[in-house]
Design a protein around this ligand. Structure first.
Ligand code: GDP
Length: 368
């Protein structure tokens, strides 16, 4: 049995963590957090951390004892410098909370790259964990919609760099911009994206702790994640009744199956493909053909098969990337955003018009 720690930082991290707990409870009742036992096979501990108490209160499926409020007025207002100070001041308290939960084999830290709390806490928390413990730490990072504004774009660029420099064992990318076709308003797009991320992580945890027909384990996952440029993404697809497993694998690897835009046949470096479903539906020939196609393009592919009677075939693919053209695009617009904010700050510092306007009433008092 694996001991797994999942931390959700900031609003986005908290919400994805809550979606994970909802899926794991197997019930959609808001009372689940009070009454039910989690249905994880592994020993999974979840912790939500936030400076904004309202984001923590919003959580419905995560136990109160697992929601840690770090007081700082009403959050850190997308300012990563403030966030870093707040983390530093509260580091001992946060690390104690983690230590009290025991020993772990692996940890996932979930955050958005672009807000204030999660984006500043995550690199620092990863570093603390890596300094103190031996287990691998993976960051699950949500990238912003590109039209969300200059501050979010610059935060995303610096946050990702900080996480890479924090000795994280890998970064799993999910991109709001790429996934926004989930449709509806922003709130339902968020919920859809959060559910996608949650389901994939739970599928992965299930697979790492399963007795499979063909086995993949935490060691294989670590090897996959250590390949490429330290960046990864996850593909997933569930077949419908008549779909052959071959098509389900192709769909999990196609752009519409991924959490981050990539042509995996060109950009992936290593992969792990896990197929779960009824034995009757899992043609070994079809699975081998598709996996070989992928491995001839990317190099090494680990393959796992989990037999579950009566289940339609589901395919999960973890892919590390050796290049990521979409990330280069994001950094190109983030550079413009950083320059724009810097120029604006300089302008504000030098423009004296407003001061001149005020100075006209220096020494005067209102008369009534
Ligand atoms: P923090 O609380 O200060 O860490 O900030 P947030 O987590 O709210 O970060 C803002 C970024 O996260 C923006 O790019 C939002 O689009 C994104 N975001 C906020 N909430 C969610 C959510 O529930 N799901 C997803 N996928 N993205 C979110």
């Amino acid at each position: 049995m694996l001991n797994i720690l999942i931390v959700g930082n900031g609003q986005c991290g908290n919400r994805i963590l809550d979606a994970i707990n909802r899926e794991a409870f197997g019930k959609k009742s808001p009372l689940a957090k009070f009454y039910s036992q989690q249905k994880y096979k592994s020993n999974v501990q979840t912790i939500a951390i936030n400076t904004a108490v309202n984001d923590l209160k919003e959580m419905k499926f995560t136990k109160a004892k697992d929601r840690i409020h770090i007081p700082h007025l009403h959050g850190v207002g997308a300012n990563r410098n403030v966030g870093k100070h707040v983390f530093e001041d509260n580091k001992t308290h946060i690390m104690r909370q983690i230590e009290e939960r025991g020993n772990f084999d692996v940890c996932f830290v979930i955050t958005s790259a672009s807000g204030g709390t999660g984006s500043s806490f995550t690199p620092m928390l990863v570093k603390e964990l890596k300094d103190k413990y031996d287990f691998p730490v993976y960051a699950v990072v949500v990238l912003p919609f590109r039209e969300e504004g200059t501050l979010y774009l610059q935060n995303a660029a610096f946050c990702l760099r900080d996480i890479r420099e924090s000795s994280a064992d890998g970064i799993i990318l999910a991109d709001n911009q790429f996934l926004k076709q989930m449709g509806g308003n922003v709130e339902s797009a968020y919920n859809g994206i959060n559910d996608m991320v949650a389901r994939r992580l739970l599928f992965l945890l299930d697979a790492l702790d399963s007795e499979m027909m063909m086995v993949t384990d935490l060691g294989d996952f670590k090897t996959v994640m250590s390949g490429g440029a330290g960046l990864a993404t996850i593909g997933f697809f569930e077949a419908d009744t008549d779909m052959p497993v071959r098509s389900a694998i192709q769909k999990a690897l196609s752009p519409s199956g991924l959490l981050f835009s990539s042509d995996v046949y060109k950009e992936a470096s290593r992969a792990m493909v896990i197929i779960r479903g009824d034995k009757e539906r899992l043609s070994i020939d079809e699975i081998s053909t598709e996996v070989e196609k992928l491995s001839s393009a990317v190099g090494h592919v680990f393959k796992g098969i989990i037999v579950r009677n009566g289940e339609l075939p589901q395919v999960l693919a973890v892919l590390t990337l050796e290049s990521a053209s979409e990330l280069e695009n994001l950094y190109a617009i983030a550079v413009d955003a950083i320059k724009y904010e810097r120029d604006k700050k300089e302008r504000v510092a030098t423009v004296k018009e407003v001061d001149r306007a005020f100075s006209q009433i220096d020494g005067m008092d209102p008369s009534y």
